[in-house]
Design a protein around this ligand. Structure first.
Ligand code: ADP
Ligand code: ASP
Ligand code: MG
Length: 443
């Protein structure tokens, strides 16, 4: 059994959905995880924003526009009257459900129910198309098995037990379709795995069903060595280790949801990144092995806040760092980077929800300075292979850019620097020219 996840662009139009059939129609048993059609989740977010502001008329206009867009998809996707009718009825149900939320109090629960509609629609429409094509498949409701606990962490035991129970109901079937992104929470309510979460669904499903491979099909031919949205001349990396891929995903490589590597790593299931527009391209394979080599790729993560705590009490003292870390623990706020000197510690967070509370508590320990709008540039590779010179190449490339923090040696896979977000494009380009061009010439 394999898991194949197709992202928004891969199901983004009737034409793309039709093309998908060629990629999944063979005898190999598989679970196909679909995202919402591209743009849909953003449009659903806009609708919820209007509803929060009580702008119901504007919300209704957006809902009608989205409904019309889907009717167009239905017109293009199905060739039989019967399936057209069924699909239009399906749309009516989903859009009436969304419209019902314009009439009452709007809270986070209603928001999550609306956000789930994108994946519910794409999977239902695609499965109906398979039926029209005479291809045997089963639609598995992700809400029956995908679950997060009270800490918003996936409940792996629950997922495995319930997914296996669902699969066992259809022993003669080898093609299953299910929704990415959506889940239930500890209270049984509809929830989600955060934006981009369909990748995470795919790896959680893969781990739960003990599959032989997890494939993430998207609109690019694998993990590139740098952010292709910002830097020209990037290229796909053929092989990555789980740890390297996890660092890149966590530090901003949008092709993978930040948490999506871990479930695969824990079960040692290879993850393959592939391109639906270019299915013959090799893509990237992520396994326990590292292919060696020094610097493999760079990613950048924005919206970082740096916090410096300076205290005379830190000098020659122990227990100081613990008192700092405990504050972050109390507010369930992960720390990404950390650097220390004898009198101060600097660290970064990407979730600034409790920043004011955290700063107020830290002020009991020392003087606190906060810098917003920072970016972490994460340079990933296998740095033990090349024991010297890596730092030089990196810092030489970045010589014109002010560096706020540097983190080196925390793991053998990662060197991170913190810069002002305004310097990001310059930094990524300079690193690309300084590291990869040179490596290519030497190769
Ligand atoms: P999907 O909708 O299929 O989940 P995403 O838009 O979430 O697709 O992810 C694919 C996009 O990630 C690519 O189109 C690319 O612009 C972006 N991306 C950012 N960094 C990288 C990288 N290092 N390698 C490949 N793609 C990247
Ligand atoms: N549809 C969701 C989103 O746009 C999940 C995903 O595409 O992975 O964030
Ligand atoms: Mg994505």
């Amino acid at each position: 059994m394999k898991v194949l996840k197709f992202g928004g662009t891969s199901v983004g139009s009737a034409e793309r959905m039709k093309a998908l059939v060629n990629l999944i129609h063979n005898d190999e048993p598989k679970i196909v995880v679909l995202s919402a059609m591209s743009g849909t989740t953003n449009q659903l977010v806009q609708i919820t924003e209007k509803l929060y502001q009580n702008l119901n008329q504007e919300a209704n206009a957006l809902i009608d526009a989205l409904h019309t867009k889907y009717k167009q998809v239905v017109a293009e996707l199905y060739s039989t009257e019967d399936k057209q009718k069924q699909a239009l009825e399906l749309l009516q149900l989903h859009f009436d459900y969304i419209r019902a939320f314009t009439q009452d109090l709007f809270t986070i629960h209603e928001e999550r129910a609306i956000l789930a509609q994108g994946e519910l629609l794409s999977t239902a429409l695609f499965q109906l198309y398979l039926e029209e094509q005479g291809i045997n498949s089963v639609l598995l409701p992700a809400l029956n098995f995908m679950k997060i606990d009270e800490n918003e962490e996936p409940d792996a035991d629950y997922i495995a037990k319930n997914l296996k129970a669902e699969l066992a109901k259809y022993s003669g079937t080898n093609l299953f379709i299910t929704q990415g992104y959506i889940c239930r929470n500890a209270f049984g309510e509809i929830d989600n795995l955060k934006r981009g979460g369909s990748d995470y669904s795919a790896s959680l499903i893969g781990a739960a069903a003990d599959v032989s491979e997890i494939q993430i099909w998207t609109d690019i031919d694998g993990m590139h060595n740098n952010d292709p949205r910002i830097v020209k001349n990037t290229y796909p990396i053929a092989e990555l280790s789980f740890d390297e891929a996890a660092e890149l995903a966590y530090f901003g490589a949008k092709i993978l949801h930040p948490s999506s590597v871990l479930p695969a790593k824990q079960k040692n299931i290879p993850v393959r990144l592939l391109n639906t527009m270019q299915p013959e391209a090799k893509g990237t394979i992520i396994t326990a092995e590292s292919a060696g080599g020094s610097i493999k790729a760079i990613a950048a993560k924005d919206d970082i806040t740096a916090i410096k705590i300076k205290s005379g009490r830190m000098l020659l003292a122990y227990g100081f760092l613990r008192s700092v870390f405990e504050v972050f623990e109390r507010y369930k706020t992960p720390i990404d980077m950390i650097t220390t000197s004898e009198v101060a510690v600097s660290l970064t967070i990407d979730n600034a929800k409790f920043l004011n509370e955290i700063v107020a508590e830290l002020q009991q320990v020392g003087q606190v300075e906060v810098d917003k709008d920072q970016t972490i540039i994460c340079i990933v590779g296998d740095f033990l292979e090349e024991r010297s010179g890596t730092g030089l190449k990196i810092f030489e490339s970045l010589k014109d850019i002010p560096l706020r923090m540097i983190s080196y040696g925390g793991s053998k896979n990662n060197i991170s620097v913190l810069i002002n977000t305004t310097d990001k494009v310059k930094a990524l380009t300079a690193l690309n020219d300084g590291i990869f061009e040179r490596r290519n010439i030497n190769a």
